[in-house]
Design a binder for this molecule. Structure first.
Ligand SMILES: Cc1cc2nc3c(=O)[nH]c(=O)nc-3n(C[C@H](O)[C@H](O)[C@H](O)COP(=O)(O)OP(=O)(O)OC[C@H]3O[C@@H](n4cnc5c(N)ncnc54)[C@H](O)[C@@H]3O)c2cc1C
Ligand SMILES: NC(=O)c1ccc[n+]([C@@H]2O[C@H](COP(=O)([O-])OP(=O)(O)OC[C@H]3O[C@@H](n4cnc5c(N)ncnc54)[C@H](OP(=O)(O)O)[C@@H]3O)[C@@H](O)[C@H]2O)c1
Length: 570
């Protein structure tokens, strides 16, 4: 407790210094130079979240070591043969265009295609890590098995397995950036012990060789099945796709332009306004207009036999990128079935409408992922929402879905915030700055009681507005308008300069070109580094990068050729 008080004092002292100087970023450097308050931080995971966390914390004066169980940076974009590692497959292509994806101070080079592949992303992140000299602080091949508090509750102890040996290391702080999709979500079905074929989760799938000549049922119609089924089709004897609730198809292009370019900062803020003040109306509007747009994105009607409609609510389920399945659905080589309900024999499975297939060799579960809590679970508490009717799973108690209230000034978990991010990796920087600022005392966390109360309120919202409407929903859901607004404020991105208030008008008057590009142009992460706020470092290249990306988009789109490639691909 004494140490907690000391670290609280240090945080508040930093906060005082920071405001005295109005340059938070300098504080980290001053502290580092004196060496007095340098706090040791462990970051877990070298994906986009972990790399930006390492960089941001280091720039703010922390002494950071990152532990990564793979042998390369890139997170799930660094292809792994290990079947217990979630990995993007070589065939995977991003579901967002590169223009809205990259880091805030390291533009995605023009050489990459509009929708990047895993090796592109891995190379981009490798270059990023080299450019900012991050590799020297990363321990590869290091699997963090458990994080716990020291006996006197002053430090974090991490059990790290490397080369078959487990070592315990000590840190002042810890940031878990170990992924939102690290644990396979594996449903079990009645009678599955009778089945003699293969039951496999997509996490372990690497190539279709073992399914050659087989009859395969793929469970789940979303992005992963959208990746995997086209690889099965040429080799399997017959492929079925089973899903319970319909599926909202997402098309990468609309009228020759990447779909994510439709959203810009201004439109996002308008959406957030409606979500905040008229949530029911906003959900109704989204569920009416977006399906209309989705249908319009494809130049053929959806066959009722595909059971896509009625679409699950877009406000509680992200759309899946499975557009490459349509050629197979349309020519009948891929059959869409209702949800798989049970196994009825050594090769038999039954579906919700009573259909039974009796010659099935394999069931491939593309049923999604959760975050893996095994390394962190002991100290993150759970509770049931304070709502009597709620009969769902216990929910993790994290302030802003990031900080365990008992350890908010020393621990952050970036794996529990569905619907929280905006594009690709572009929010990773913002999240990292917010965490750093909370820890540095630039944005001190509220009192423990206030955090617990905020968590209760959030959990009540999950129970009444999410789970009650849709029991299959992801209970790590956040209200985007609230989550992102808080992160921007805590991070000090200065995006209020694009708002409708006085600052917004001032910026508009001073620099209309930039105002227009940032509010109405491509939603790039470089904007988050543009304004000087004293709460995080700016990047001098931001202006040029924003102008460049908008220029490229203007010149390249609409592109019938790019759209035709996706629409006609098989
Ligand atoms: C197949 C697939 C495709 C996707 N496509 C897109 C897309 O197109 N666009 C998009 O925006 N998002 C996509 N996502 C979402 C994905 O979450 C993000 O793109 C991004 O990878 C998240 O970054 P991260 O750093 O949080 O986690 P990850 O990329 O998952 O990285 C986590 C890292 O932590 C390491 N790790 C995990 N546990 C431990 C441990 N105990 N000890 C040490 N290291 C550990 C892992 O090895 C990994 O390197 C996709 C997800 C999947 C599964
Ligand atoms: N190319 C890409 O960009 C790409 C590729 C792969 C993955 N990803 C990302 O990775 C994440 C995971 O994607 P994912 O496709 O693996 O998972 P997902 O999007 O969560 O979809 C899981 C699917 O499984 C079904 N399902 C879930 N639990 C089930 C159960 N118990 N029984 C039967 N069906 C069940 C779901 O629909 P029902 O509940 O209605 O049945 C849904 O169709 C997403 O964020 C996605 O965007 C992206």
């Amino acid at each position: 407790m004494q140490a907690n008080a000391a670290s609280d004092f240090i945080s508040r002292f930093q906060f005082y210094l920071c405001h005295r100087n109005r340059r938070a970023s300098l504080i980290g450097q001053q502290l580092t130079a004196t060496g007095m308050l340098r706090s040791k931080v462990a970051v877990v995971g070298a994906g986009p979240s972990g790399l930006t966390m390492l960089k941001a914390l280091r720039e703010d004066g922390f002494a950071v070591t990152l532990y990564e169980r793979r042998l390369r940076v890139g997170g799930l974009w660094a292809y792994s043969e290990n079947p217990s590692h979630t990995t993007a497959l070589p065939v995977t292509r991003a579901n967002l265009s590169k223009f809205t994806c990259g880091f805030s101070d390291y533009p995605i080079p023009d050489k990459y295609p509009t929708y990047m592949q895993p090796h592109d992303f891995q190379e981009y992140m490798e270059d990023y890590a080299k450019h900012f000299d991050l590799l020297k602080d990363i321990v590869f091949g290091a699997d963090v098995k458990l994080a716990r508090r020291s006996d006197d509750d002053t430090r974090w102890l991490l059990d790290v397995e490397r080369d078959g040996k487990t070592e315990t290391v000590e840190y002042d702080r810890i940031a878990f950036c170990h992924g939102y999709q690290s644990k396979a979500d594996i449903p079990t079905f009645e009678g599955q012990e009778k089945f003699e074929g293969v039951i496999m989760h997509s996490q372990a799938y690497r190539d279709p060789a073992q399914f050659k000549g087989k009859n395969v049922v793929v469970v789940g119609l979303s992005s992963t099945s959208g990746d995997i089924i086209p690889t099965l089709m040429p080799v399997a004897n017959k492929v079925y796709v089973s899903h319970r609730r319909g599926a909202f198809p997402f098309s990468r292009y609309r009228n020759g332009t990447p779909n994510d370019l439709i959203l810009n900062w201004r439109r996002r803020q308008i959406g957030n306004f409606f979500q905040r003040y008229l949530p029911r109306f906003s959900a109704w509007l989204a569920d009416t207009s977006l399906p209309f747009l989705a249908r319009r994105s494809f130049d053929f009607p959806f066959d009722p036999d595909w059971h896509l409609e009625p679409f699950p609510s877009i406000t509680l389920n992200l759309p899946g990128s499975f557009e490459l399945l349509f050629p197979y659905l349309r020519d009948g080589s891929l059959t869409s079935l209702r949800g798989l309900t049970r196994f009825t024999g050594p090769r038999s499975v039954e579906f919700a409408d009573g259909t039974e297939l009796t010659d099935i060799d394999a069931v491939l579960l593309c049923t999604g992922y959760n975050a893996d809590w095994s390394a962190v679970a002991p100290f993150v508490t759970t509770s049931l929402p304070p709502v009597k009717s709620y009969d769902g799973p216990p929910l993790y108690r994290l302030y802003k879905n990031i900080f365990p209230p008992a350890y908010a000034s020393t621990c952050a978990l970036l794996c529990y915030s569905a619907f929280g991010k905006n594009n690709g990796f572009s929010f990773a920087d913002v999240t990292a700055w917010a965490v750093s600022n909370v820890w540095r005392g630039v944005e001190p966390p509220p009192s423990r009681a206030e955090m617990e109360s905020a968590i209760d309120t959030h959990q009540a919202w999950i129970a009444t507005e999410c789970y009650a409407r849709e029991p299959y929903c992801d209970t790590s859901m956040v209200r985007q308008w609230e989550f992102q607004a808080w992160l921007h404020k805590a991070a000090g991105t200065g995006m209020e300069n694009l708002g409708w208030g006085w600052q917004g008008w001032k910026f508009w008057w001073r620099d209309r070109e930039m105002y227009s590009l940032m509010a109405h142009g491509v939603e790039t992460a470089h904007a988050f580094r543009y304004f000087e706020t004293g709460r995080r470092q700016t990047w001098e290249g931001a202006r040029e990068a924003i102008v460049h990306v908008n220029q490229v988009v203007k010149e390249r789109f609409p592109s019938e050729e790019e759209e035709a490639w996706w629409k006609g691909r098989r």
